[in-house]
Design a protein around this ligand. Structure first.
Ligand code: ZN
Length: 475
């Protein structure tokens, strides 16, 4: 059988088994995007292990990268029977991907050569932390990415008959706009790409268009970074108009509890904001209504389509329960460039539950949102912290805008240098003292604080993301 036909056969099986929803769009009153989200545990585990065996065999037989990696590590991929065996395979990381793509241009030896004529588009990383890397998907594989995303957007409140307004820029191989088009198509949402570049030149005119669309489409939905959603919310406030959105999902960075409260104040219509965690590789962890309403951080995992593990950084061994480690990701459906035990270099806590959730979903729930990059871990007087730890505290400071910067200048600092925006009129020595005390008490490290007026800290090109960590540490 031709390689592409084998891949297609597998995607067809996913559809027949119910992992890939076929009859679209769903009805607005359906509980989940896909009923499989509430399937009995035994069924989910059975599908998970079956799909895992398939992709491991596929990678070994079709991708030179895995053949070399696993032979070199002396492991027998045919012995991987399920999730518990997955730990036997080595974890590999981005630097290996960059090296491989440089050695075997343009896409590296991981790419399944026979499938390249069936890869319709090139997606690339932004390259903020090194050379951009590629993401390759056949059209069929991309359908499954769409499935994982739709489960999340449905959980967040998107329903047929609504509209989705997309602010993500499409430049330089960005995958997000194509995701969103797929989500809109599957769920039955009217799609409009305003992009950040359509908004910025005339925010008021853009806001008026959004309000008009909101009169015709319910629910009106969007997803963007929490920072941008705040800016957008304040724009409507400035115009004396109610923000027209029924669904506004935070993308790129999860919401702190304070962030969620602020968004709820600016956006009156949504009853909750569901957290999400996603990457260009196709991982999508998603929150649910009861978790959001009760201030829990729970994120659901589509176990029938991918696997999450938390390993000890720099190793291939899983962490014990409750331990912080590195997030490791395996997709079961990327045939063009399989991704098996890929170390994401993100920090994650190994805390999860397989008990049925209040929302009715039976898939695994990760209970501790612990976002941050391994490289962003910094030390103050021997204590390890992440920007997220600071962000949560900043969120509780009165009149803070949630825009801040950490200035790291050594590998173990005497005090933490923090530049933070506030809505207060400066200088305000009393306030400064109060802020410093809150930070030092909660983080338990000395702080060197610089308060600046709201809007002072510059955003990156595109204007929807701040550089939160200024890393001047010696290499
Ligand atoms: Zn739930």
């Amino acid at each position: 059988m031709a390689t592409i036909d084998e891949a297609r056969q597998n995607i067809k099986e996913l559809e027949e088994e119910g992992s890939l929803r076929a009859n679209l769009p769903p009805k607005a009153n359906e509980k989940f995007y896909n009923p499989i989200e509430g399937a009995p545990r035994e069924k989910l585990e059975q599908l998970r292990d079956k799909h895992l065996r398939h992709i491991v065999r596929w990678a070994y037989e079709k991708s030179k990268f895995y053949k070399k990696l696993w032979d070199g590590a002396g492991v027998n991929p045919y012995e991987i029977k399920g999730y518990d065996d997955l730990e036997k395979l080595p974890v590999w990381r981005k630097d290996q991907q960059r090296k491989d793509e440089a050695e075997f241009p343009p896409f590296g030896s991981r790419a399944v050569k026979e499938l390249m004529p069936d890869v319709p588009r090139l997606y690339r990383s932004t390259g903020t932390s090194g050379n951009p890397t590629s993401y390759l998907w056949t059209a069929d594989d991309f359908k499954v990415i769409g499935e994982t995303l739709c489960r999340e957007f449905w959980s967040g409140g998107c329903r047929p008959g609504g509209a989705f307004i997309d602010f993500f820029p499409k430049a330089k191989g960005q995958i997000v706009p194509d995701w969103m088009e797929r989500v809109a198509e599957n769920i039955g949402l009217f799609y409009y790409a305003e992009e950040i570049f359509g908004y910025l030149p005339d925010p008021e005119a853009s806001a008026r268009t959004q309000i008009e669309l909101g009169k015709f489409y319910t629910p009106l939905c969007t997803m963007m970074t929490p920072e941008f959603l705040m800016t957008l919310g304040r724009q409507f406030e400035k115009m004396g108009e109610e923000a027209p959105y029924d669904v506004a999902l935070p993308g790129g960075m999860p919401l702190t509890p304070k962030g969620a409260r602020e968004l709820l104040a600016l956006f009156k219509k949504p009853k909750y904001f569901v957290n999400i965690m996603s990457s260009n590789d196709g991982v999508v962890l998603y929150g649910c209504q009861p978790a959001s309403e009760h201030g829990r951080e729970d994120l659901h995992e589509s176990e029938d389509l991918y696997a999450i593990e938390v390993v000890k950084p720099g190793s291939s061994k899983r962490c014990s329960m409750g331990e912080r480690g590195e997030l490791v990701f395996t997709t079961f459906f990327n045939h063009a460039a399989p991704l098996i035990r890929f170390g994401m270099e993100d920090v994650f806590e190994n805390s999860y539950s397989t008990e049925i959730c209040e929302c009715g979903r039976t898939n695994k729930r990760w209970s501790k949102l612990c976002p941050g990059r391994l490289k962003d871990i910094f030390k103050v007087k021997g204590k390890e912290l992440l920007p997220w730890d600071v962000e949560v505290v900043v969120g509780d400071i009165p009149d803070a805008t949630l825009v801040y910067q950490l200035i790291l200048d050594s590998w173990d600092m005497d005090k933490l240098k923090l530049r933070m925006e506030t809505l207060r009129k400066l200088p305000d020595l009393e306030y400064e003292k109060e802020v410093k005390t809150i930070l030092e008490t909660r983080l338990d490290v000395p702080i060197e604080l610089e308060l600046v007026a709201a809007g002072t800290i510059p955003t990156q090109a595109g204007g929807y993301k701040t550089v939160k960590v200024v890393d001047n540490r010696p290499k």
